[in-house]
Each structure stands twice: as C-alpha cells, then as structure tokens.
Design a protein around this ligand. Structure first.
Ligand SMILES: *Cc1c(COP(=O)(O)O)cnc(C)c1O
Length: 404
C-alpha cells in the first residue's frame, strides 16, 4: 500500500494553487510532475560538478562523465538491456524515433512495407511517412475498433515477406489502451521484420523488459516518468545499432576525422553527437530510482483503483461518453459531453484549478475514427487521489450546466 499523502510531499508543485483553487493535476500523459529528489539532483549537478563529459582530464569532467555513465547503467538495468551501450541517450522519444527512421533510409528499398497502428502519436507516424517518401516504401496501418483496440486479425493480414518494420506504441497516449506488443513482436519477427515499440506512455506505468520482449527498438522520454524534459532514450539491439548509420555528425560520435575520411565512434557514442543534456541524462537515473522505490507493482494497483473509481463516477454523468473502453488500459480517460466542445470543458475546469488536456492529443487519426474534433483527457499518476477525482467530477457537472 502506498502512502499517497507522504508521496505528495515529494512534489512541491502539488501544493500550489491555480485560480485560487488547489491544483488538481490530471495532465500526466503530457508530462509528469517532478519530485524534490530529481529537482535536488539537477541543482547539485549545476552547483557541484558542471562540466563537459567524455573529454576533459580534469576532475569535474571526470565526475560528470562517471555520473552520466552510471545513469546509463541504471537505465540499462531498469529496461533489462543486455549491454549499457545498447542505451542511447537522446532528447526524447521523438528524437529516438527519428534516429531509427533516419537510419532505415539506407536499409529500405522501393516496395518494402512498414506497418504502423491507428493508435499512434504523430511522432510515431510522421517520421515513417518521411521515410517512405525517401525510400519508396509503403506505409500500412493496423486498424482500430470502437473500444480503441487494435484489430489483430487485420494485423496478421498486413504481414508479408515485404514487411520490413513494424512500429506500434506500447500504450496509447490518447485512450490509454495497452497494446498486445508481445503478439505483435512475435508475428513481425516470424516474417523477418524489425519492431520498434514507442514506450513513451507506458514507462510511467510499467517496467518493460526488453530482452524478455525480444524487441528490436524501444523508446522512452524522461519527462513522462518524473524526470526532466529534453532527455530520453533509445534501446536498440546491439546488432541493429551497429547496422544503422549515424544520425547526426559532430563531436563525440567520431573515432578519427580527416578531410578524406571520418571513422565513427563505437556504441553508444556513434549516436550521441555533440554535447548532450548532461544534467538531464544524469537525473534520468535519479527519476528511475525514485519510481522504482515507489514500485511499479504498487503503482499499477493504485492507478487501476483510480481508473475504476473515475470511470464509474464519470460514466454516471448523463451525456458523458468515454472514448477508449478496452479492458486493457492504463489510467487515462478520454471523454466528451454531448454537443459540447472539449476546449470549453477544459477552460471551465482550469478556472477550478483542474488541469486536463483537450484536443486531439497528437493522435488525429483516432479522433477522425470517432468523428470528433478531440476529447477532454484526464490522465492520472500515482500521486493523484480520489478526492481530486471527486473535484473533477464536480467540475465536469458544473461545465455541463454552464454550457448546455
Ligand atoms: C509523449 C509521447 C511521445 C513523444 O514524446 P516526446 O517526449 O514529446 O518526444 C511519443 N509517443 C507517445 C505515445 C507519447 O505519449
């Protein structure tokens, strides 16, 4: 059992007010809040050992380099990667996806096929479309059903010997659906295709084991798992990372440079050109430590409780429709009130100090499927409470009264 009131004390922002009301933060799927432990780790980097890494002989540089590399090892352990050099530190999930999409430009040819899903975030659609334009490959889409689940029979039909890559998110940010990635990985491998799983929305809720999944690439962002913005990771199997060409040229990613020829550094540095987000990389490890101390099993149990509680209370409001009703979902509720624009609901909730997301949540194809402009999305984290959900329910009732 988690002591939520104690946990909340770790998050200074949770005690602020918005528009004269206590903040109720239900936009966790866009970014999570930051515990004091992570804030302190950022401060101690800048006040104690700020220096560029991997290059200086001096003490500060060595201290910073050691902590940066220790953080990489924490990330490796968390995701159970075989080697720490299979963890590439990037600026976020989007950057990680673009790195892979760019790398595949030289490996694909006309007529090759790439499969994505109808539930993707734009950052897992657009890079592949750009890749198809560059290579003449074809994009195929796994369709979804009304519950917001992927239709696996259709996926089976899309697979062929032309399938080279499959890209699916682990958990949908717009609806909360948990996708059957084990099945997808197994089927894709059976036709010889590589699989990238976008775990940006999953990592705040579950602890993926990349070796057990046998996944080729897995990506995440620190800022959705209690870390800072501007840092994320790409896990790639060693053999794939060796096969992909470098993404960006610059310092740190080279072995030797002459004007005739440049040779590239070994993994992971081959993909880490230039000065990275050093503080971010170091405290990504602090954030992972923080979440593991709370425990992903505890988080799953408690968030499921919040999800069930909120689903029941919100469903009782007449004219409220929830989008995304899979049995396998995390603590995300996307909804609309009859004939009321989501933006108007979000604006009234903000006046009451309640932060929700409104709009298409970077997943326009899902909104098109339901023929709606967008939804109101409330997404819960382990530091949220049932009292806060009560405040949301009251707020939605108020919005309904004012707007209908
Ligand atoms: C947030 C999110 C992304 C993008 O992450 P960035 O941190 O903005 O790069 C990609 N996919 C999913 C499913 C997300 O939730």
């Amino acid at each position: 059992m988690l002591n939520i009131q104690d946990i909340r004390k770790d998050f200074p922002i949770l005690s602020r007010e918005v528009n004269g009301k206590p903040l109720v933060y239900f936009d966790n799927a866009a970014t999570s809040q930051t515990p004091q432990q992570v804030i302190d780790a950022i401060t101690s980097y800048y006040s104690g050992y700020n220096a560029n890494i991997h290059r200086g002989v001096h003490t500060l540089s060595q201290e910073a380099t050691d902590l940066y590399e220790q953080s990489r090892q924490k990330i490796q352990a968390h995701f159970n990667a075989k080697f720490s050099h299979e963890i590439i530190l990037t600026s976020g999930a989007t950057d990680s996806i673009n790195l892979v999409a760019n790398g595949f430009s030289s490996l694909l040819k006309k007529g090759d096929e790439i499969i994505v899903s109808a539930l993707e975030h734009h950052s897992n659609i657009v890079p592949w479309q750009m890749l198809c334009e560059r290579t003449g490959s074809v994009l195929k889409v796994i369709p979804m059903n009304a519950d917001g689940e992927l239709v696996m029979d259709e996926f089976d039909n899309l697979l062929s010997k032309n399938t080279k890559l499959v890209f699916v998110n682990h958990i949908s940010n717009a609806l909360g659906t948990i996708n059957p990635i084990e099945y997808i990985i197994e089927k894709a491998h059976a036709v010889g295709a590589a699989v990238l799983i976008d775990g940006a929305q999953a990592c705040p809720h579950v602890k993926p084991d990349v070796q057990a999944l046998d996944v080729d690439f897995y990506v995440a962002s620190a800022h959705k798992m209690c870390g800072p913005t501007g840092v994320g990771m790409l896990y790639g199997k060693e053999a794939w990372l060796n096969k992909l060409p470098p993404y960006q040229g610059g310092g740190e990613m080279i072995a030797e440079v002459t004007f005739e020829k440049t040779t590239y550094a070994d993994l992971p540095h081959k993909f880490e050109a230039g000065t990275p987000n050093i503080a971010g990389g170091i405290v990504f490890g602090t954030a992972i430590d923080y979440m593991n101390a709370i425990g992903f099993d505890n988080i799953a149990v408690y968030e499921h409780e919040l999800l069930e509680y909120a689903t029941e209370k919100l469903t009782a409001i007449e004219g409220l429709k929830i989008y995304g009703t899979s049995k396998h979902k995390t603590s995300v509720i996307s909804f609309n009130l009859d004939h009321i624009h989501p933006y108007d609901v979000g604006t009234i909730l903000d006046k009451l100090g309640i932060a929700v997301r409104t709009g298409h949540h970077c997943a326009q194809p899902i909104m098109d499927f339901y023929r709606i402009p967008g939804t109101v999305r409330a997404s819960f984290a382990f530091y949220n409470t049932k009292q806060e959900i009560d405040a949301l329910v009251e707020g939605v009732k108020k919005a309904k009264m004012m707007l209908s």
